[in-house]
Every structure is written in structure tokens, then in C-alpha cells.
Design a protein around this ligand. Structure first.
Ligand code: SF4
Ligand code: SF4
Length: 338
């Protein structure tokens, strides 16, 4: 269900939300021109709310679901403490966070990451505290390819609410029960009783790339002759994986100061040699070509074999920011040809 709203009502609603919640939206940095998802303050940029800034934000939306780093436990190492080395809940108060003007590819990445993280308590806690208000893409970039991997510039997967452009203004549509409950507690114009628009249930067709990859022989892809050629230029900087909204690997480290310690979860990257280094010294992906192959095999073969869709939303961040111009679209073509 949706309602019509005007510009003034939308801005007033957001102004109200920032007094109660943490609200983030894409904004362009005045000096660098780079778009980041930034925290809304009292001085709201109404223009950037009414007409979302163009371009994919540099910020990966995963930062709101997997903070970098995230304290997952606390402990004491004091000798006299009867509970020394016992891991305890971090006790961090988590306020509702509202992500506004989120692109369809980024919202969809949250839905994809929810598959491997279905039972991850930390991710699920973040998911529960977050309301995603999406916005369809009116301007795609030369590096975007969401439709190739099963998305759409007008897709709503992963969103709770969506702001739509209509012939005579704007409309607010409810997509999930979480979105309906949020609007009930924080009404915008006449929205209080809105119920979610029924979503297509199951049976959604997988993108061609996912269907093709599921049919391909794993070893034929694994042993394909093009991997050394793709890997040659890679410098294993990890930029592609850190910027990617659908790369979700992490490392866990304990840090101690005095007698107090924290257990931290950090983003990690399969492009780093240390990622798979065993305590024995053996490294199953010690060579660059093995790491590069794993990145693409995970996204386009292992993930679809396990969950269905491919683990890529076509946001193009890795295309734009790879320092040696490795283009994932070319890799997809090569894998399709096997
Ligand atoms: S951004 Fe490019 S060079 Fe850096 S690890 Fe990824 S593919 Fe390699
Ligand atoms: S692999 Fe590249 S294009 Fe695909 S979601 Fe990650 S950053 Fe975006």
C-alpha cells in the first residue's frame, strides 16, 4: 500500500526521525566529490533527500550490518577476578538506525548477505535495528550491471519502505511488516494505517548467470585456463572485497588493555595471503591466482550452488575502484563461455 506525500511532508518526516533515531543518507563530499552514506544532522540537506545524489556511494552498506570493527564480547584477565577469561555480552545499547535513499543494488545486498548470515546473531541484531528506506535508480552508471545479476534499477528486495516518484510528486510505499510498524509509530502524512504491499512469494526466477553457473561443472570452471591471465595484474590490495556490499568474510581478534579485553570482529579479505594461512604454516591459497579465482568462484559458483542467486548485485564498485582495472563483467563472460 502507498500514499501520496509532498516534498514538505517528506522533509518534515525526516526532520522528526533524526530527533529519535540515527538516520543516514548518501551525500556528496563538497571537496572530493565522493558520495558517502553519512549521518544526518540538524542541518539536513533537503536537496539530497528529495533528489538522491547520483552515483554509487563509496560507503559499502555492509558497514551498517557488520561494523568495522564490531565488539562482540568483553572479558577480564585480572588474576583475582573469579570470572577472568569468561566472555560476556558487550552491553552496547543499539538504537534504531534508518538508512534513507538506499539504491536497489545496496538494499538487495542485505537480502543476499542474510542467506549465509541467517544464524549469525550479530548480523541479525543489526538487521533487526535497521529500517531501509529505498529509492529506485533514475540514473545508472557506466559501471553498473544490476540486471545482469538478477536485480533491477527499480527493484525493492531488501527494502522496508520505498519512496517513489509519481507524475505529480512522491509516494511512500510499505514493503514489509517492519516498515508498516515503523510508519505506525512514526507516521508520515496519512500513513499510520498502511499495510505492506503483498510481495511476490517464492518461485522468483534466478538470473541467467546464476542458472548457467549452477549447471556448469565445478572442476571445469576451477581448472579454466583464463585464471592466470585475470590474476596477473592483481596486486591483492583487497579494495574490491572491502568496497563490495556482498563480500562478508571476517576475522576475530582479542585485544587487551590493562586487565580488560575485547573480542573484535573485523572485515577480512580472501585476496590477502594471510586469510587462509593455517597455524601449521600451510596455505591452501598461497598463490595469487588461487585467491583471485576463489573470489570469482565464490560469487558465481559456490554461492549459487548453495543459496541460488549469485553473490553480486552489480553495483560496479569493484569495477570502478580496482587500481589495475580488473572488470568483473569480463570475468563473468569468460566463466559463461566454459
Ligand atoms: S581491487 Fe583489483 S588489484 Fe585489488 S585485490 Fe581486487 S582485483 Fe586485485
Ligand atoms: S562484486 Fe563488484 S559489482 Fe558485484 S556487488 Fe561486489 S563490488 Fe558490486
Amino acid at each position: 500500500m502507498k500514499i501520496r506525500i509532498n516534498d514538505h511532508q517528506l522533509i518534515q518526516w525526516i526532520q522528526g526521525l533524526i530527533t529519535k533515531f540515527q538516520v543516514f543518507y548518501p551525500l556528496q563530499d563538497a571537496n572530493s566529490g565522493v558520495v558517502h552514506i553519512q549521518k544526518a544532522t540538524g542541518s539536513l540537506n533537503s536537496d539530497a533527500i528529495l533528489k538522491p545524489v547520483s552515483g554509487v556511494p563509496k560507503t559499502s552498506i555492509k558497514t551498517f550490518f557488520m561494523p568495522q570493527p564490531e565488539v562482540i564480547a568483553r572479558f577480564s584477565i585480572a588474576a583475582q577476578d573469579a570470572e577472568a577469561f569468561v566472555l560476556k555480552e558487550p552491553g552496547t545499547a543499539l538504537q534504531t538506525q534508518v538508512l534513507l535513499n538506499i539504491r536497489p543494488c545496496d538494499a538487495r545486498s542485505v537480502a543476499l548477505n542474510s542467506m549465509p548470515y541467517a544464524e549469525d546473531p550479530y548480523f541479525q541484531k543489526m538487521l533487526k535495528r535497521t529500517v531501509i528506506i529505498g529509492r529506485p535508480c533514475d540514473e545508472t552508471c557506466s559501471t553498473c550491471f544490476c540486471e545482469l545479476v538478477g536485480g533491477s534499477p527499480h527493484g525493492t528486495e531488501g527494502m522496508d519502505l520505498v519512496i517513489l516518484k509519481t507524475e505529480d510528486g512522491l509516494a511512500l510505499e510499505v514493503l514489509t511488516q517492519k516498515g508498516a510498524d515503523f510508519l505506525k509509530q512514526n507516521p508520515c502524512a496519512e500513513s499510520a494505517g498502511l499495510q505492506p504491499t503483498p510481495q511476490q512469494q517464492g518461485g522468483q526466477e534466478l538470473p541467467i548467470v546464476a542458472r548457467e553457473m549452477q549447471k556448469k561443472d565445478l572442476l571445469a570452471l576451477y581448472n579454466a585456463s583464463f585464471w592466470p591471465q585475470i590474476a596477473e595484474a592483481c596486486i591483492n590490495c583487497g579494495a574490491c572485497t572491502f568496497l563490495c556490499p556482498t563480500c562478508y568474510c571476517f576475522d576475530i581478534q582479542d585485544e587487551v588493555a590493562g586487565t580488560k579485553g575485547v573480542r573484535l570482529r573485523y572485515w577480512d579479505s580472501c585476496m590477502f595471503p594471510l586469510f587462509t594461512l593455517h597455524a601449521s604454516g600451510h596455505n591452501p591459497r598461497g598463490q595469487k591466482v588461487q585467491r583471485v579465482r576463489n573470489r570469482f568462484m565464490h560469487k558465481f559458483k559456490y554461492f549459487p550452488d548453495r543459496f541460488g542467486p549469485v553473490s553480486c548485485v552489480g553495483c560496479g564498485r569493484c569495477v570502478k575502484d580496482c587500481p589495475v582495472n580488473i572488470d568483473i563483467r569480463e570475468v563473468i563472460s569468460l566463466m559463461q563461455a566454459v
